[in-house]
Write a protein that binds this ligand. Structure first.
Ligand SMILES: *Cc1c(COP(=O)(O)O)cnc(C)c1O
Length: 429
């Protein structure tokens, strides 16, 4: 039997041979860590494109646009990679718009702008960039959009983001499709609001959008939400409002435990079938906004073990990475698989894997069985490509990690490690 930890094939990391270190494509993580330092985010651009391709293929029979949700991982090189394959983008701030414009200005017309708190400045910039559509989340926002559009003499295409009141089983912080959540407009109000916008020469009703939450593992709630959207589209058509696009949002979940049976292609097919079932007979373009599903499993956070310490019965593995680099375990009690880059022989031990930050919440795993680990070893925290770097911070005055993107035979530094000078730069004494 191999002494190597099993790694599910839904991840682009593996041990090429019994005595070889964990690799991403042709690149050993030992070598990448040596070259770029730790903590280090390593991504497989090849897997990101493969995942994008799964959605594009599953929707091939219908006019569609896959708008990558920038907030999952907004590093410029990743946006550029997706843009070159025809992806659009779902943004939630003016900052994300600037990122898309910097990475792929030609993709501005494929941008949809979501978010409950758009400012006038952000709206203006998006109008000037001639984005595809605004996903409007309140009547007040629609009024502001109309005002800004009139002022700039630019027509604003909009979709109401409706709240379908559908329950999706996920962590409460990332469930968004219930009436009690702050997101969207009660679907029962939508028809009236579209009718109200009909006479405004600066507003073009373009679509209907919905987003019910994140890390949703079953296709069923997506289908249920889309049924309600489809019904609304038909009602709007009766009202003389021709809807061109239906935006199903993002939220398709991955398997962080990566049971051997997890098959991304089958998952996407099942998801697409649920949406298609609801949209049967409707002649609309389908927009999707996947984030996590495209990038999560493509990424790992590589860290070095600083200390192994014992406190009473517990053993703590202290890494040079911390919650400021990857906050998901602390924020959502999220599970991440952790594997040694160069596994040692010997019996697995039960440890807590933690970072140096002064918070008890600063952990990557608790009571985890893991191959024996010594100070100086490298470990990889898997499935860290989404909501990892994007949610990182400088807490405890820690510079953010570097990021490396592997595409084909090339491993490219796409964001250098932050320096202490970067940290202190904006401050004055
Ligand atoms: C967060 C978000 C997404 C992406 O969610 P994932 O779970 O990463 O796919 C898509 N659309 C909107 C409006 C979002 O807020």
């Amino acid at each position: 039997m191999s002494r190597l930890p099993q790694i599910s094939s839904s991840r682009p990391f593996g041990y090429p041979a019994d005595d070889a270190p964990l690799s991403c494509g042709a690149h050993s993580l030992t070598k990448l860590a040596k070259r770029f330092g730790t903590p280090l985010y390593v991504y497989s651009g090849d897997q990101m494109l493969e995942r994008l391709g799964l959605f594009q293929a599953a929707l091939a029979h219908r006019e569609h646009l896959v708008c990558y949700a920038v907030k999952a991982n907004s590093t410029l090189a990743i946006l550029k990679l997706f843009a070159e394959r025809g992806a659009g983008f779902d943004i939630v701030s003016g900052g994300e718009l600037e990122r898309v414009l910097a990475a792929a200005p030609e993709a501005a017309g494929r941008v949809v702008f979501s978010g409950v708190g758009k400012t006038a400045e952000e709206i203006d910039r998006a109008l000037d960039a001639e984005i595809l559509a605004f996903n409007v989340e309140s009547e007040a926002e629609l009024a502001l959009l109309a005002q800004r559009a009139a002022k700039r003499k630019r027509k604003a295409r909009f979709a109401l983001r409706v709240n379908p009141d559908v329950f999706a089983e996920t962590h409460p912080y990332i469930s968004t499709g219930l009436r009690e959540h702050k997101f969207g407009i009660d679907i029962r109000e939508a028809r009236r609001i579209y009718a109200g916008a009909k006479g405004n020469r600066w507003l073009t009703p373009h679509g209907v959008s919905v987003h019910i939450g994140s890390q949703i593992r079953s296709a069923e709630p997506f289908g249920a939400a889309m049924m309600r959207v489809a019904k609304l589209v038909k009602q709007l058509s009766q009202d003389g409002i021709a809807i061109k696009t239906v935006d199903a949002g993002g939220g398709l979940g991955i398997d962080y435990h990566a049971a051997p049976g997890f098959d991304p292609k089958a998952k996407v097919a099942e998801y697409a079938a649920a949406l298609e079932g609801a949209l049967k007979g409707l002649d609309v373009q389908l927009l999707l906004e996947p984030g996590r599903f495209l990038v999560a499993q493509a990424g790992a956070l590589v860290a070095r073990v600083l200390y192994v310490k014992r406190n009473g019965k517990k053993t703590f593995v202290v890494l040079d990475a911390a919650m400021n680099d990857l906050i998901r375990p602390a924020l959502y009690q999220a599970y991440h698989e952790i594997v040694p880059v160069a596994p040692r022989a010997g019996r697995a031990v039960t440890v807590d894997v933690v970072g140096p930050v002064c918070e008890t919440g600063d952990f990557f795993a608790r009571d985890r069985k893991i191959k024996p680990i010594e100070p100086g070893d490298l470990v990889a925290v898997l499935d860290a490509g989404a909501y990892g770097m994007a949610q990182s911070s400088n807490y405890n005055s820690r510079p953010r990690p570097a990021e490396v993107l592997v595409v084909g035979r090339e491993a490219k530094l796409i964001r250098r490690r932050e320096t202490l000078a970067d940290l202190l730069g904006p401050e004055m004494v």
